[in-house]
Ligand binder design. Structure first.
Ligand SMILES: NC(=O)c1ccc[n+]([C@@H]2O[C@H](COP(=O)([O-])OP(=O)(O)OC[C@H]3O[C@@H](n4cnc5c(N)ncnc54)[C@H](OP(=O)(O)O)[C@@H]3O)[C@@H](O)[C@H]2O)c1
Length: 264
């Protein structure tokens, strides 16, 4: 058994991280300590494989990593009783949107911090995770925990976490909203709602498979949109006078503003 990894909070994201770790074996369940106020299916699945749930706090003394998976408004209060039990060399992993390293570090008596912004696709080991840390050791901890369950993207500048959050943290919801709009448009043109939704969802999956390789986005578009063809007509209407570019830019800008606001 190695030094434990503590996960505090098994909500939407905490569950997804846990499922990803169990699926890939990125963290040995025997090395997992889970802190959760209420029973959660993902935590119970981990318990069945040897994880400890809400053990006496003395068990945290050996922890090498402490993952904060609670809401930004909760972390400070949630950490107060934990802090006296944590080793001084424990690395703090924060997946919280917006909360700056300096603030977290103050709350954790100067311990090393790595900030990570993952998507819930980590549950299927298909997430994307932006990583920023001030020191290389903390960055390496983040990479070791998230590379098995996500494509990891490292940032040099903490301030860019807002933009990364706005692009990839929020991004799945943008794609789902676009998929819903595509289905609605299909219904408006005569498809049944069931056929339209199935087509739109399957097209999202199919497009995602197409983007797996390294081919440039423009080349991927060109593969579908032959000059003078049907797709090209659709694309021209979609981005008439830059409407699509502007809509996406506004969405990302609004999310950056909100993320900055939340970071206080
Ligand atoms: N959801 C996402 O896609 C996403 C993406 C990127 C980042 N994030 C970040 O991830 C964090 C969690 O977000 P979420 O969407 O997963 O929220 P959530 O579903 O509300 O989960 C938060 C969890 O924290 C638990 N909790 C509250 N107090 C606790 C304590 N003292 N000790 C241990 N656990 C405690 C809650 O337990 P109970 O259920 O028992 O109340 C809840 O399950 C946030 O900071 C958010 O910014 C989320």
């Amino acid at each position: 058994m190695s030094r434990p990894v503590v996960l505090q909070g098994v909500g939407r994201l905490g569950s997804a991280i846990l499922e990803g770790w169990l699926k890939t074996g990125a963290v040995d369940p025997a090395d997992l300590i889970i802190l959760t106020p209420s029973e959660k299916p993902a935590a119970e699945a981990a318990r069945a494989l040897g994880a400890r749930i809400n053990p006496p706090l003395e068990a945290l003394a050996d922890a090498r990593v402490f993952v904060i998976g609670v809401k930004p408004a909760k972390w400070f209060e949630a950490s107060r009783s934990i802090l006296p039990h944590l080793a001084s060399d424990a690395v703090i992993v924060s997946v919280m949107a917006g909360v700056r390293r300096e603030t977290i570090s103050q709350g954790f008596d100067g311990r090393s911090i790595v900030r990570i912004m993952p998507t819930t696709g980590v549950a299927q080991a298909q997430g994307v995770a932006t990583i920023w840390a001030a020191d290389a050791a903390a960055r390496a901890v983040g990479e070791a925990l998230f590379a098995p369950i996500a494509e990891t993207v490292h940032l040099d500048d903490e301030a860019a976490m807002h933009a990364a959050t706005a692009v990839s943290g929020c991004g799945p919801a943008y794609y789902f909203a676009f998929t819903r709009a595509l289905a609605q448009a299909g219904v408006a043109e005569g498809l049944t709602p069931e056929a339209a939704v199935r087509l739109a969802r399957a097209t999202l999956r199919s497009a995602a498979a197409g983007v797996e390789g390294a081919e440039a986005l423009d080349a991927l578009i060109d593969r579908v949109a032959s000059p003078g063809g049907v797709t090209q007509a659709g694309l021209l209407a979609l981005n008439e006078n830059g409407a699509l570019d502007r809509a996406v830019e506004s969405a990302v800008q609004a999310a950056v503003v909100k993320s900055t606001e939340l970071s206080g």
